[in-house]
Design a protein around this ligand. Sequence first.
Ligand SMILES: [Zn+2]
Ligand SMILES: [Zn+2]
Length: 198
Amino acid sequence: MRPLQFSLSSIPEKGLTVDVCLSEADLRPEGVAGLDVQYIKVAGLLEEIGGKYLFRGTVTGAYRRACDRCLVVMERTFATSVLWAFEEGVPESPWGKYDRDADHEPQTETSDSSIGYFTGDELDMSPLAWEEVVLAMPAKCLCRDDCAGLCPNCGANLNEEHCGCSDRENAEDSRNNQFAQLLKIFPDIHPGMSSKEE
Ligand SMILES: [Zn+2]
Ligand SMILES: [Zn+2]
């Protein structure tokens, strides 16, 4: 049994309290790229309502992610409230819903993104939990809003040091500008001419 697989006959009438801490590998579908997630916790109440099952709770966890600008790796936490309904039936594949969603814009599928399935006596929350973790990963990630990033020239982390490249560049730019000005006045001069004459 996967950590988030439950036997329906073991669910008491007042519902089953779920409090499971698991690793990313416990949830990740086969063949799917891994996420740098330290832990995932699923907590809440699973109960039967009219032949269907409803889970109300939270998915929390922590992940590591490199800043998009300076590449410094930081650890962040996430916490999402979830409401999952489970219907009897078989998805197209064990991870059918997840596979289908991958082909679409996530927004178009949000209406049934919280529907799971159970068959026989077995209910597996893993696909929905995994989806929640994937959605919790930000598309963009900055260590701070005003992260200065890396120097494109020397790679220095500009949050931590002033490498001076931009100063040198500016100085060079202004020299080039001065030369451009000179060219307008003396179209025949070439770079290096003055050094030859010296
Ligand atoms: Zn940064
Ligand atoms: Zn630099």
